[in-house]
Write a protein that binds this ligand. Structure first.
Ligand SMILES: [Zn+2]
Length: 565
């Protein structure tokens, strides 16, 4: 029995479950060698389990890896119909964004994209030129501004936008999606006055005589939602297609799609079946009335491109807009400890039924109080529903962001079996203003990647796009450098929380697979696994830190299908 035939038999048995389930094949030297449909060589290939480019070639058949070797010995699988590719670059396990919003990524391409806005003056200029291109009767909807670097050093106001237009509604969301600014027309059409009370979980910022400034925080954004043109089925589909194109082009092979409307799952499934979705998608649904039905309909078929088995909840807001729930008040806003968006009795009902049904729970928590509450409630739910009553013994629940942790809570992720799902790019953006918000002392538990790894957990890393650009190079760079894109790092950045390159790679490949229950079939380049690969032009595991940001995404391979080559 040769090395290859062992692999072969395993590959032919591809029910995919566990490789260990493969029994040794009977010895038959005359048995024909399975021909691959794809054979890959490159400047270097990383299995993703070691620091080195440890493979020379890969053979793929029917979407699965049937051979890997350190000596081009998979070449015997080349047959007449084998597509052979020699990539001008380095092959890595498929990069997966553990937290992104695919619809929003597509929509960002379809509305006013305010990414990179440098000042309030710039914001006004962009709105003006966008407005000039739009039909008169349409409101101006934009997203992506962030004020933390602006020379004006303040939030935009309705007066700023009124300078552009007082007769057309303008609504511009902050890049984190946790706040929006509206002009006077938008406030008027929505009936928002000095007397309007903020809804639960939201805030209406006010100026003189309690008049709204135009800034709406968290759920208060819902007050102007009726002005935003309805997302028609066609526009929805178009946004998903655009999102898939953009993301695949960046080099991602998959994403964990957060805060998904249950009705959108069918859209993604259709696109995927029709070959119009170049990504492997793991959906986490908004908790809406139809969510339980969609979840129970979607069995966790691990070979499917679209898997839906999670729900997404929010305990608090974001640090930038001071909505993150803190144990002690904000340093720059004494008296404010942030917002709690979830009611305990409602959460506990959802948590308990999720344990019984095998639904993974992903809860957004940014502040130290938000994180502590989520861990407390998870712990209570785990105690209330013992393993014997659970559909999935190890439920792998997640805390999305896990940004600011009280040091006393750091080890609780490990003891509870909870996965921190974190965004390296948030750290290198937020750390510019986080010391002013909460001080350097509290930041000891901020974006604490290495401390969490030391505690024995894995981290599923992602970008939270469209909050961030959603570029795997930026996420990888941020994780290993912990400096901003210009190389800056300052007081309170805690450089010791940067991670090794191998850990950064795992945070974007193997550990997302674990966080979606698929580490047996995804996340590394090993025989029996699904052929999902990311190809970059250079070796991100060895080149200078700063050069990581400029490597080129060469191609992706998803289920053995090469895209962008
Ligand atoms: Zn998000």
């Amino acid at each position: 029995m040769t090395y290859q035939t062992l692999h072969l038999t395993c590959a032919l048995n591809l029910s995919f479950l566990v490789l260990a389930a493969c029994s040794p094949p009977p010895t038959d030297p005359s048995a024909p060698v399975l021909k691959a449909d794809l054979y890959i060589t490159a400047k270097g290939i990383y299995s993703g389990t070691r620091e080195k480019a440890d493979l020379k070639d890969i053979a793929v058949e029917n979407g699965s890896i049937i051979c890997t070797s350190g000596a081009k010995s998979c070449a015997k699988h080349i047959g007449e119909n084998t597509k052979t590719v020699d990539f001008d670059g380095y092959v890595y396990p498929g990069f997966t964004d553990s937290h992104a919003h695919l619809l929003g990524i597509g929509q960002r391409e379809m509305t006013l994209n305010l990414e990179g806005t440098s000042s309030i003056t710039d914001l006004k200029g962009r709105v003006q030129s966008y407005m000039d291109q739009l039909p008169q009767d349409q409101p101006i909807i934009g997203r992506g501004w962030i004020e933390t670097h602006w020379p004006e050093n303040r939030f935009p106001t309705r007066e700023d936008l009124d300078a552009v237009s007082t007769d057309r509604a303008i609504i511009l969301s902050r890049s984190d999606g946790h706040a929006s600014v509206a002009n006077s027309k938008a406030l008027e059409l929505s009936g928002i006055t000095a007397q309007t009370e903020a809804p639960f979980g939201g805030d209406i910022l006010r100026g003189r005589n309690d008049a709204p400034t135009g800034m709406l925080i968290d759920t208060a954004q819902g007050l102007v939602a009726a002005l935003i043109p309805a997302q028609t089925a066609d526009r929805n589909r178009e946004a998903y297609i655009k999102g898939g194109e953009v993301y695949s082009g960046y080099g991602w092979t998959g994403l964990h799609n957060m805060s998904v409307a249950p009705g959108d799952v069918a859209v993604m499934q259709t696109l995927s079946q029709d070959g119009d979705m170049p990504l492997r998608i793991f959906n986490s649904l908004n908790y809406e009335a139809s969510a339980p039905d969609v979840l129970s309909a979607n069995t966790s078929n691990i070979n499917a491109r679209v898997t839906t088995r999670s729900i997404k909840l929010y305990i608090d807001g974001a640090l930038g807009s001071r909505g993150a729930a803190l144990l002690e008040p904000y340093d720059d806003d004494p008296g404010n400890r942030g917002l709690i968006l979830l009611k305990k009795d409602e959460a506990m009902e959802i948590f308990k039924s999720s344990l019984r049904n095998g639904t993974q729970v992903n809860t957004h928590a940014i502040g130290d109080r938000g994180n502590r509450i989520v861990l407390d409630w998870y712990e209570e739910a785990f105690a209330a529903v013992p393993e014997s009553e659970r559909a999935v013994k190890d439920p792998r629940w997640r805390v999305e962001h896990a940004q600011i942790l009280n040091l006393d809570d750091l080890d609780r992720f490990k003891s509870l079996g909870v996965i921190p799902s974190m965004q390296p790019s948030h750290a290198i953006g937020d750390l510019h203003f986080a010391p002013a918000r909460i001080g350097v002392e509290r930041l000891k538990g901020g974006y604490a990647w290495q401390s969490l790894l030391d505690s024995g957990v894995v981290i599923a890393a992602g970008s939270d796009a469209p909050v961030e650009r959603g570029d795997p190079r930026i996420e990888f760079y941020a994780a290993v450098a912990r400096k901003d894109q210009s190389g800056f790092s300052g007081d309170g950045w805690y450089p010791e929380q940067a991670v090794s390159r191998l850990n950064a790679l795992k945070m974007l490949t193997l550990w997302p697979a674990y966080a979606s229950f698929r580490e047996d079939v995804l996340g590394t380049i090993e025989v029996g696994k699904i052929a999902d690969f990311t190809v970059f032009s250079d070796d991100i595991m060895t080149i200078d830190e700063a050069d990581i940001l400029t490597v080129k995404p060469v191609a992706t391979v998803v289920g053995g299908k090469v895209t962008g080559e």
